[in-house]
Write a new protein. Structure first.
Length: 341
């Protein structure tokens, strides 16, 4: 199927209440903010969204909420991968019913896939359940254990999966990513999935990327892309390094819980994470935000000097949660601050 994702897509987080239940009321707010930040789409129920820790009913509810909120504004890509292929197929069919734009799936991961042929068999079953939607295989070998030749997968899958559009490629093998992109004269849309190596992917022709950090740093990465397109490689490297430094700081703590905490301070109440992922302790959360402040990252993540509080005063110390009415201004201010970086 000829379909192309373009630009940055945010791998969305799943908002949760303190008891771990879904907090669907936050999704319109999240979608509004992401639209303002300049992403072109959302990737829902993936690794970032804790899709594998949700029940199928929860995944359907989350899908419906995000699709409704994003309709006509952001492309909605829904991950339907599951250890049960029957469940994955039902989730795929549901996506088609509710108007999602794209479906995607990882390989089953409990019983490891040990051949390209078996992987094609599995993905064909899932994709066939939503024949009208473009299908993207989600290559995430670190988590699935399916360390296979992706070029060969595309060759075989092209014969078996009529709605195969491309792949979300989340692995550091830039040479294989390039080979997949150039296969069959660029037949497939291969989307990059390793945020800290975005510049490397751009160098071999990437046109789109999906990532967790684009929830909080889309303006930074959009500037990186612009610098690369303008031939300003020194500037592009500088911005990539800032992204790496941010990621390294977040990795000192439970990574996904850290970004959820940042989004919560943006005014989008994301809550914590479900086991086996861990949430931040109160001490960790305090230390994280102290480090963000002391390193200057808060200036472009929280736009401390640009967004005013409800009473019109600017904040120079610890940042309060930003009220919903300011989320659009926040995204604009992030872009302005990134301009000065």
């Amino acid at each position: 199927m000829d379909y192309k994702l373009r630009g940055l897509l945010a791998a969305t987080y799943t908002p949760m209440h303190a008891n771990g239940s879904l907090n669907l009321a936050e999704i319109p707010k999240m979608t509004d903010y992401l639209k303002q930040s300049g992403v072109s789409g959302i990737y829902v129920c993936g690794s970032t969204g804790e899709g594998m820790s949700l029940t199928s009913d929860e995944r359907r509810a989350l899908t419906e909420a995000f699709v409704a909120s994003a309709k006509g504004r952001l492309k909605s890509v829904i991950h339907v991968g599951h250890n049960s292929l029957s469940e994955a197929a039902e989730l795929a069919a549901h996506c088609q019913q509710v108007g999602a734009d794209v479906i995607s799936a990882t390989a089953p991961s409990y019983y490891k896939i040990n051949s390209v042929e078996m992987l094609v068999d599995c993905m064909a079953q899932v994709a066939a359940a939503a024949p009208e939607l473009p299908f993207y295989y989600y290559h995430m070998p670190l988590l699935t254990g399916a360390v296979l030749d992706m070029r060969r997968f595309l060759e075989l899958a092209d014969e078996r999966i009529p709605n195969l559009a491309g792949m979300k490629y989340t692995a550091p093998m830039v040479h294989e990513f390039q080979a997949c992109q150039e296969l069959m004269d660029g037949r497939f849309n291969i989307v990059w999935g390793t945020d800290e190596m975005l510049l490397s992917a751009l160098a071999v022709g990437a046109q789109s990327a999906i990532g967790s950090t684009y929830n909080i740093a889309a303006p930074l990465n959009r500037k990186l892309i612009s610098a690369f397109q303008e031939g300003n490689l020194d500037r592009a490297r500088e911005l990539q390094l800032k992204s790496i430094q941010m990621i390294n700081l977040l990795l000192k703590y439970p990574f996904h819980a850290s970004i959820k905490s940042i989004l919560t301070r943006f005014g989008i109440n994301c809550g914590g994470c479900r086991l086996p992922l861990t949430s931040l302790t109160s001490d960790q959360e305090k230390q994280l935000h102290q480090e963000l402040d002391s390193t200057g990252m808060s200036q472009w993540l929280f736009e401390a000097t640009s967004v005013k509080s409800c009473n019109g005063e600017k904040h120079s110390g610890p940042h309060p949660a930003i009220p919903p009415s300011h989320l659009g201004q926040l995204a604009k201010s992030q872009a302005e601050i990134t301009d000065r970086m």
